[in-house]
Every structure is written in C-alpha cells, then in structure tokens.
Design a protein around this ligand. Structure first.
Ligand SMILES: [Zn+2]
Length: 227
C-alpha cells in the first residue's frame, strides 16, 4: 500500500508548519518505504525532507536540471568545506565547484556522504548471496533516473541524509544506529534549478534504517523573498 494513501487527509499535518523554511507549499509528497522519488526544485525554493518515523536513510543525488553533466560531487563538497559530514551551512557542489544546493537548516546535525549507496552486488559481498534479490538503492536510482535520461554512468557518490557513518581515528567507517528520530528534518535551498534523485533506502541488513525501512516526506516551499 502507498503509505501516503494509508494516511487519511484528516490525519495529515499541514505541510506548511512542517517545512523548515516558511513559504508557499509548491510540493508535498511522501516517498514510500523502499521506493524512489525525484523532482526538480526551482532556484530559490527550499526542500524539507522529513524523517517521518525516524532512522531512515535517504540516498540522494543532485543534478543541474538544465545540464545533468553538472552533478553532485562528494569529493569537491568535502574538500571545499574541509569536513566529511554534511549539516547546516554545507554547500552541495558539482565537480566544477558550482553550488547546486545549500543545507539551510538541520535538526540532526550529521549526515553522511562517504558511505555510498547499497546495491544488489554490494549486498551480496557484505551480507551473503541470499541477499542478491533484495531491492537496493542503485536499482531505485536507475528506475527513477531513467525518467530523466540518466543511466548507470550518471550515478556518482551520493549523499545519505539521516545516515550515521562515524569515522574512527584509524579511518575505519561504521554504519551504525542513526542519530535521527521521528519527525527530524533537514532543509536544502536550491541554488539553481536542481534535479533531486532519491532512493528511500530499502536496506535491511545493517542498522541504517533500524532494520525497518519507513516512508519519508518531501515538502518544497517558495520563500516570500524569492517570489
Ligand atoms: Zn540503500
């Protein structure tokens, strides 16, 4: 069942108060658990991502809507801000250094961009051959990306909103229980018309989704100043 449909209209909280940046609501959609999603966020608009039930990793790629060759670069974003973690103030940049989006508010404090996206192949390697047929983020990216003419060569290192990937002093990575909680939000302002491609991570073999993938909510607002 579509989780959005499962919620009666009467029980859905208004989108406007849930958005981290005030303005007219131009989009309000749920992404079903394990499912993909995409939309173009116009320059100046703000996308609030709501971790509705908590502990849900949201794998995300960004492209210039007018030139998908201009796409998110984890390496350039990390090098530019001299930190591996994403939070308020992070400018999400393309290879050229061009700003695609900026994190303007964040109720979690730490988001990952080095853990990558799960795939059927990586699941098999990490968790055993019996996981090969489990749906994974790379498959979501390919299904949703095909709507925009994107294929496997267009999938680059991604962002994992709400995912907790601490790095030990020796450089070891962990994918551990999330810092997020029900209703926590992060907000991204588009610096150009940006295609946002998302996989609501279906992973059930590590704690990134609390072993229970859940829906997230996408709310786009248009602040008064940019009208
Ligand atoms: Zn995943």
């Amino acid at each position: 069942m579509n989780p959005a449909a499962a919620l009666s209209h009467a029980t859905q909280p208004d989108a406007a108060p849930l958005a981290l940046v005030n303005g007219d609501v131009v989009l309000d959609e749920y992404v079903q658990s394990r499912g993909p999603w995409s939309a173009v966020v116009a320059a100046g608009d703000v996308l609030t991502i709501v971790d509705v039930e908590g502990n849900q990793a949201v794998d995300c790629l960004l492209y210039s809507a007018n030139d998908v060759g201009t796409r998110y670069s984890a390496a350039v974003t990390i090098a530019s801000q001299r930190s591996i973690f994403l939070t308020t103030g992070t400018v999400l940049r393309a290879d050229s250094g061009t700003a695609l989006m900026t994190v303007v508010d964040d109720e979690v404090g730490v988001h990952d961009t080095i853990g990558g996206a799960c795939s059927q192949e990586s699941n098999t390697l990490r968790y055993g051959h019996h996981t090969h047929d489990q749906h994974a983020c790379v498959e979501n990216f390919l299904i949703e990306g095909s709507k925009w003419g994107l294929g496997k060569p267009d999938l680059v290192s991604n962002i994992n909103w709400f995912m907790n990937v601490p790095v030990d002093p020796d450089g070891a990575l962990g994918i551990v229980d999330g810092l997020s909680a029900p209703g926590k939000r992060v907000a991204l302002r588009a610096e150009m018309d940006t295609l946002v491609l998302v996989s609501n991570c279906p992973q059930i073999n590590n704690p990134c989704n609390g072993f229970n993938p859940t829906p997230v909510r996408m709310i786009v607002t248009r602040p008064e100043a940019s009208r």
